[in-house]
Design a binder for this molecule. Structure first.
Ligand code: AMP
Ligand code: MG
Length: 414
């Protein structure tokens, strides 16, 4: 008799996976290569930013005290004693009613404590006049106003995005300590599968899951090894899976995890002595998604149905890989949206529907069976309809998961 599978909630499945992930090692990469990687160490300011007080405008540095009493009727005149641009430092000490003409980013000269913007001055030959008094420190970009030396700025585990790169460059990090990326393999299974360049033949379909998963990994900045797709033959699968496991930290398979006559992966896990974390999740599509651990490697057994495969990757593989790299934010970002159509049928399992979110409303991306390919292509989000005894109506407020957003969240939606 076949063993009955016991469905567990999605959140439980995710936490079982996360409990088993091990950290990857650390490596140093160049600043340019660090984009999209995860910081292994917290980033603290190694000096004040800016590290000298500078001018935020093109104008004249003066002693504020000299401007006291200036008005439209009583303009005060300053003599220009030096002229500097950004990157230059004036060697002239400013005296009473003297000024240094300076450009944005230039260091404030000794003795000066305010900047008159060009717009606030009337230029004369080698001099200018002003019609208002300046406060000490007026129009200055103060040393340390952005960051103070020693201040914690970005925690370990943060995604290195363009802003982080700017920060790393500011502090002189030519090399950055980042998490190593896990070695991930992709193995599509199914005797019906053809490679992308093969002509269609009766009963056969092109393998779309393999390339799709490759792109899902690429979107996370994770390289992959693509294995030749495997026929549904137990001995061959044992051989291929065994070899792939030895070469990877994480092997993603598609197909063959269900209860069909040629679904051999459950038997492969058994023969490998893998520990199956779960083999049924209370979700649609992809309830047969199976995750196992063999030695130090993860086996993600995703359904062959394209929509289920896609969803299984985003819900289970993605957070696991992120956790391995020590990422702070493991989950797809989520928000609420107004449902723009009815889903009248109740479903005991939580549904994840490929959907189009327009910033306020969300609707299904079309044909939404688990074998759909079209709706994966059209969708930009996953609409989450929790399982239960009721359906959902247009106008209901629903949770959605946003796809393809660079940075996720540390809070799972369910
Ligand atoms: P399985 O999970 O092996 O029972 O497959 C479920 C359905 O997904 C079947 O209709 C398969 O033909 C289809 N399928 C399996 N693998 C792939 C794949 N790599 N690309 C596209 N469809 C697939
Ligand atoms: Mg199959």
């Amino acid at each position: 008799m076949e063993k009955t599978r016991n469905p567990i909630p999605v959140a439980e499945a995710i936490s079982r996976i996360l409990a088993r992930t091990a950290r990857t090692g650390t490596e140093a990469v160049t600043l340019a290569e660090s984009y999209g990687r995860f910081l292994r160490e917290p980033l603290a300011a190694t000096h004040d930013v800016p590290h000298f007080t500078r001018s935020p405008y093109d104008g004249y540095a003066i002693r504020a005290a000299d401007s006291a009493g200036a008005s439209g009727d009583h303009r005060i005149r300053f003599k220009v004693v030096d002229h500097i641009g950004a990157g230059e430092v004036s060697q002239v000490a400013i005296g009473a009613f003297e000024a240094v003409r300076l450009m944005t980013g230039a260091a404030i000269p000794d003795g000066a404590d305010a900047v008159v913007m060009f717009e606030q001055a009337r230029a004369e030959d080698g001099a200018f006049t002003i019609r208002k008094a300046f406060e000490p420190q007026e129009n200055l970009s103060q040393q340390g106003e952005d960051m103070r030396a020693g201040e914690a700025v970005v925690p370990a585990g943060s995604l290195i995005h363009p802003g982080t790169i700017a920060l790393l460059a500011t502090f002189g990090y030519a090399y950055v300590q980042v998490a190593k990326r896990p070695v991930v393999g992709i193995l599509s299974t199914g005797t019906e599968l053809l490679d992308v360049s093969a002509p269609l033949a009766p009963g056969k379909i092109r393998n779309s899951n393999g390339p799709m998963i490759a792109a899902q990994l690429a979107r996370m900045g994770i390289p992959y090894r693509m294995y030749q797709s495997a026929d549904d033959r137990l001995e061959d699968l044992m051989q291929t899976v065994g070899q792939a496991l030895a070469e990877t930290d994480c092997l993603i398979t598609t197909g063959g995890v269900s209860v069909g006559d040629f679904d051999y992966l459950p038997e492969v896990y058994k023969r490998l002595g893998a520990e199956v974390l779960f083999d049924k999740v209370a979700m649609r599509p992809g309830s047969v998604t199976t995750v196992a651990v063999a030695g130090n490697s993860f086996l993600f057994g995703l359904s062959g149905n394209p929509s289920a495969c896609f969803t299984g990757f985003e819900l289970f593989v993605r957070p696991a890989l992120l956790r391995m790299m020590g990422a702070e934010t493991l989950f797809l970002p989520h928000t609420t949206a107004v449902l723009a159509e009815d889903f009248p049928k109740a479903n005991p399992f939580t549904r994840f529907i490929r959907a189009v979110y327009d910033g306020s409303k969300v609707r299904s991306a079309g044909f939404n069976k688990s074998n759909a390919v079209s709706s994966i292509a059209k969708g930009n989000s996953l609409l989450v309809l929790p399982g239960g005894t009721r359906g959902y109506s247009s106008g209901d407020s629903v949770d959605i998961l946003l796809l393809g957003v660079e940075e996720g969240t540390n809070q799972w939606v369910l």
